[in-house]
Design a protein around this ligand. Sequence first.
Ligand code: GTP
Ligand code: MG
Length: 343
Amino acid sequence: MASVEWRSIPTVLYPQEILDKAFGRASSQADLVDDPDKYHRVRKQMNRMVQSACDVITKTLNSYVDRWPSLNALMEFDRALVDAAVGCDDYKRNLGALQWAAERSQRISGEAQSKILRLRDIDGFHKARRHAYGRISSIIDQISPQILWLGEARDILRKLPSIDPLEPCIVVAGSPNVGKSALISALSSGEPQVAAYPFTTKQLHLGHFTHRRRVYQMVDTPGLLDRPMAERNQIEMQAIAALEHLGDVLLFLIDSSDESTTPVSEQESLLAEVTALMSERTVFVVGSKSDISPSNDEYDHAISSLTGLGLEELRKSLIDNIDADKIEDPLTLPEHWPREEEI
Ligand SMILES: Nc1nc2c(ncn2[C@@H]2O[C@H](COP(=O)(O)OP(=O)(O)OP(=O)(O)O)[C@@H](O)[C@H]2O)c(=O)[nH]1
Ligand SMILES: [Mg+2]
């Protein structure tokens, strides 16, 4: 199961654009028909038009169905995102409607072609073509709300974070403003990606670093865990439950500097709550902004994303703790594979 590339979900055309594309292609196909005999020419043209219009409709609709991730194949976390963002039931229902229309369109094509085959006059060929076009238009009309829904859903889904379930993942949590995003930037090779959770208006950061060809992903949780349990809605709880399966390690940041916007006691009660929720997960408590917080020594790690203090030690602890290669047989590694710890 690779990560879902939300960004690569294709643009969904408007219903009228789908029809224009189909009929436009059909006309240009008809122009290619070359037969000196008018009767045969028109018959071939009308046949060709119906066939190519229906093919375009079917291919276009099926390409949406194929290129949208299948919910059953998604990991729990991604499914929770889809559910919160657009609703899994609607997602399935609307894609299902496209599939239905694609099949209908193939059927219309078959029926029109066998009808044209039976007809014996030029006028009849034209009529059969017009009749088929009418049926195609009404099918597209009928699923127009579903097409529009998918167009809007696509714009929402594109912004979701893409996380690869086969690579290690570090979830970064803590109260607002404690330095979560700054830490992800500081540990990342390259600029972190900006993505969105459907539960919050805040942007989340998605960073990564590589160690021994493995990609360690880091993901922010802005607005997801930083409120007391009672204020969270059901859909957020679902995402939090899914988050539990996602991360290998949870980094919980505490800002005890004078700049902190949440009292330390409150941050600590959030920590207790999050730790209880993520009972199966290793939690590292990290004192952030150590350049301006003198009392960070009591935590598992003291770091400053600003000065770099403690960052490499934290990275090493993460790698050691996740121990991503533990199930791999060392004998399968190349002979001169470096076995020293090297970061
Ligand atoms: N002095 C100091 N300031 C820091 C450090 N890390 C972050 N900050 C500052 O703290 C503020 C908040 O940092 P962010 O990384 O945006 O915090 P966050 O936890 O992502 O905040 P939200 O996403 O809003 O919850 C910013 O003004 C940062 O510049 C640090 O190590 N030292
Ligand atoms: Mg942030």
